[in-house]
Design a protein around this ligand. Structure first.
Ligand SMILES: [Zn+2]
Length: 189
């Protein structure tokens, strides 16, 4: 495993994608082992805070009856409904008060899997002088994938913390890693 203190430098940002109760075991859209990545993410958060590297955490934050829900013809069971326990960041994740939250999935008319999708997040990274992001979180083959691909369209350097992500399915995860690699992201252990 990469040692975060040694790896992080000025111009970096740490992005933790959707580590929310509903995506962890016991949640409405649970990903196998979703909570097992949290200790590693906590090490990265700790190192980032010590080194003055900004920490961003995205969250799926849906209105009731969101278009992505099966009740509306979407692919997913209801999950991450605003202000519910399921939408809260997992309590073991050590997000300190300095964390900058990126909220997505609030649109009534479409889903937003990428943390960059109509959130203005790229503008925030420019303002924070971040040109390389380290990315971990959930799920590897959905929101992490789409976030990484969109980051590459903004020409950001991307380091995917492979061991700090988990896929919905192993096959989907394998394909997602390959897509991210082909898009120019670096997969790191
Ligand atoms: Zn969602």
């Amino acid at each position: 495993m990469i040692e975060p203190h040694g790896a992080l430098k000025q111009g970096d940002g740490l992005l933790i994608v959707d580590v929310q109760n509903d995506f962890c075991p016991g949640g409405a859209l649970a990903i196998d082992g979703g909570d097992l990545i949290i200790p590693m993410l906590n090490e990265w958060i700790h190192a980032a805070v010590e080194k003055g590297v900004p920490v961003y955490a995205s969250r799926d934050w849906h209105p009731k009856g969101h278009v992505s829900f099966q009740s509306q013809g979407g692919p997913y069971p209801a999950h991450c409904i605003q202000d519910t326990t399921g939408a809260v960041f997992h309590p073991s994740l050590n997000l300190n008060e300095a964390v900058i939250k990126v909220t997505k999935g609030t649109r009534f008319d479409q889903d937003q899997n990428s943390a960059f999708d109509q959130t203005g997040f790229n503008q925030r990274l420019l303002r924070d002088k971040v040109d390389r992001i380290w990315v971990g979180g959930l799920a590897q083959d959905i929101c992490v994938l789409q976030t990484v691909l969109e980051a590459r369209t903004f020409r950001l350097k991307v380091q995917v913390l492979q061991e700090a992500t988990r896929p919905v399915s192993p096959e989907g995860g394998g394909r997602a890693l390959e897509k991210m690699r082909l898009a120019g992201a670096e997969l790191v252990a």
